[in-house]
Design a protein around this ligand. Structure first.
Ligand code: 87F
Length: 612
């Protein structure tokens, strides 16, 4: 049975509750959440909920403020804890001899006027595969055809072309500005790690060891000692934390870096989602108190929610990882989890760890408190990778190509003048002048505009090309529109068209882009809610999974049970399910509710799914 989830469900449902009712319910939810660390309840509040459901403030609306520049996906920031040690010990990583896939020739010949294939004929641009019928092939074809990715001759490595990199720059710009407001500073630590340093953290690195890549040669000589390429930077940074932190006046120390990392993954690679080199940010911070550290874990998690929901229009569930799924070095791990309906799989979006004093004890990071007593610092680490772009692409794209949420779209509007063969030259000139004028008016409003005045392509072909690239809005200006002093706007997400007078364009376009952003998020949120089922028995649980859904269950929080459920839910054609997270917002859990699997008293709700 499909149960639309209360609170995890769509905005539509939420709005059905009056503020007071919602507030009361939230009270009870807050009371039913588990504890973070030893003393802090998760601050689930109406304000936060409200924030989740409203668009960001005007300043960061449509024209996502001119971005910075940098970084891409890691299968990992997201999934570090997740698949980690146990799985990876199973097999020595075998090189998958994967041939670099040939790029589908999405090149332009067909659209050229007079070229074979015919003017106005859009054949050659469309995707051969469909999202519904063959998702994997559709995705591989899409990322190449839309000029996001080129395959490379090192397996598991991809070229991020400007269209992809520009989106990463938007994500970077958004997140970087906000962490700086929190007091985080950027820095850069080296790419290389000596074996000795890497081994300082042996216990935690052990499970990941098969993924560490080593430099063993320079020129024709063998290195005296091999040097690792950073898979993450705990061991690189923490010895310096130990040097730099002396007294409480040196705290908090809050550093971030935007870098690449290398993890020699042996699971099948997928552009953005899982690659051997990826771009990310990794934050590493140290505090005098547990309270400050725990507050930051949640502040960062909220920013990760913002990246996904407010920028990428991808709904996520915030929660805590189970003991089995958390980063082995962490005190606890929090996460934002997304979901891909077509594959029925959950995917970790980003992660914010409270490391407690685990690493400060290992690396002797101590400060003198007011009473001149030495104390170990409390630490966090957190990461977001270019995987986020892959999740966004999978969530929104369709059989015509990318569908980009306006806030992350490198270009938000394409203006296409469409003179006819018999349009008089003066009208063509007036049309071009109008295009220039409208472009300037929109740019003044902060809208990212591209004009397509190429004369060797037909309008139909141009439409298809910009659809493939995912531009949120197309503006057409033809001879009729010149007569009417108007333009036609066509939405990429719904295909809806409207006519707007020239005088209204500068106001209407930004408003429409905001509407598109909100509609795309609401649609995606509705799909996720429709695919989340509350299950009270293992039978219901399996039915949900086999229906490509996620299951939300009461759970007694036992690691052995998670292991058992994973085994029991493995079928000949599908991997087993694991907990994605213990959501921070969940229905009330009345006294006496039983674990869906063991029948023991439930301690909390768990969100389960097959996953990436
Ligand atoms: C792969 C090889 C070696 C994940 C690895 O999540 C070490 C590791 O430590 C490893 N894969 N991890 C966990 C990373 C933890 C943490 N680091 C900072 C994050 C966020 C950013």
């Amino acid at each position: 049975m499909l149960t639309r989830l209360w609170l995890l469900g769509s905005q539509r449902l939420l709005s059905a509750y009056s503020t007071t009712v919602a507030a009361k319910r939230l009270g009870s939810i807050a009371a039913s959440t588990f504890e973070l660390g030893s003393q802090h309840r998760l601050p689930v509040g109406l304000a936060e909920l409200h924030q989740r459901h409203t668009m960001a403030s005007a300043e960061e609306t449509v024209p996502v403020a001119a971005p910075a520049a940098d970084a891409a996906p890691a299968a990992e920031a997201a999934a570090p804890a997740a698949a980690a040690p146990k799985e990876k010990k199973e097999k020595a990583p075998k090189e998958k001899k994967e041939k670099p896939k040939k790029e589908p020739k999405a090149e332009q010949a067909d659209g050229k006027k007079g070229a074979a294939g015919g003017a106005g004929d859009s054949k050659g641009l469309g995707l051969k595969n469909s999202k519904k019928d063959n998702f994997g092939e559709w995705y591989s074809e899409l990322v190449v055809a839309s000029e996001l990715i080129s395959y490379y001759d090192v397996s598991g490595c991809y070229i991020l072309r400007p269209w992809a990199y520009a989106m990463w720059e938007v994500v970077q710009g958004w997140f970087d500005k906000r962490i700086k407001q929190l007091g985080v500073q950027n820095s850069y630590f080296p790419l290389f790690i000596t074996e000795d340093v890497l081994n300082t953290e042996k216990d935690h690195v052990e499970g990941f060891a098969p993924e560490v890549a080593w430099v063993t040669k320079y020129g024709n000589s063998t290195m005296e000692k091999p040097i690792a390429i950073r898979p993450t930077s705990e061991t690189v940074m923490y010895p310096y934390f130990a040097q730099w932190i002396r007294s409480h006046r040196d705290l908090p120390l809050r550093l971030n870096q935007w870098t690449n990392v290398v993890r020699w993954e042996f699971k099948y690679p997928t552009p953005f989602i899982r690659s051997r080199e990826f771009l990310w940010q990794e934050g590493h911070t140290a505090f005098a108190t547990q309270e400050e550290a725990e507050q930051e874990v949640l502040d960062i998690l909220e920013l990760y929610r913002g990246v996904y929901e407010d920028v990428l229009a991808v709904p996520v569930t915030k929660g805590k990882k189970s003991k089995k799924e958390q980063f082995a070095g962490a005190f606890y791990t929090t996460t934002v989890e997304a979901y891909i309906p077509e594959t029925g799989r959950g995917i970790q979006g980003a992660t914010s760890h409270c490391l407690g004093q685990n690493f400060s004890k290992m690396f002797s990071i101590q400060f003198e408190d007011d009473d001149r007593q030495k104390q170990y610092v409390w630490q966090n680490s957190w990461g977001l990778t270019t995987r986020s772009l892959g999740v966004m692409i999978m969530t929104h794209a369709d059989d015509k190509g990318l569908v980009l949420p306006p806030r992350v779209a490198p270009k938000q509007v394409v203006i296409i003048p469409i003179p006819k063969a018999n349009t008089p030259p003066e009208t063509v000139q007036a049309m071009m002048d109008k295009v220039t004028e409208l472009t300037a008016a929109l740019e003044k409003e902060g809208v990212r505009v591209v004009t397509d005045t190429r004369t060797n392509y037909t309008p139909g072909w141009k439409y298809n090309q910009w659809e493939l690239k995912g531009l949120p809005l197309r503006m057409e200006l033809g001879p009729k529109d010149m007569e009417n002093s108007a333009v036609v706007l066509a939405r990429r997400d719904t295909g809806a068209k409207e006519t707007v007078g020239w005088a209204d364009v500068a106001a209407r376009v930004p408003a429409l882009l905001e509407t598109i952003q909100a509609d795309m998020f609401a649609a995606a949120k509705g799909r996720t809610a429709d695919c989340t089922e509350v299950c009270h028995s293992f039978e219901e649980f399996m039915a949900a999974l086999n229906n490509k859904h996620m299951a939300l269950t009461p759970w007694a929080d036992e690691e052995e049970i998670e292991e058992e459920v994973k085994k029991k839910s493995t079928t000949p054609d599908a991997m087993g399910a694991k907990t994605l997270c213990l959501p921070f917002e969940a229905p009330p859990l009345p006294e006496g509710t039983k674990c869906f699997y063991s029948g023991k008293p439930a301690k909390n709700w768990a969100l389960w799914g097959r996953s990436y």
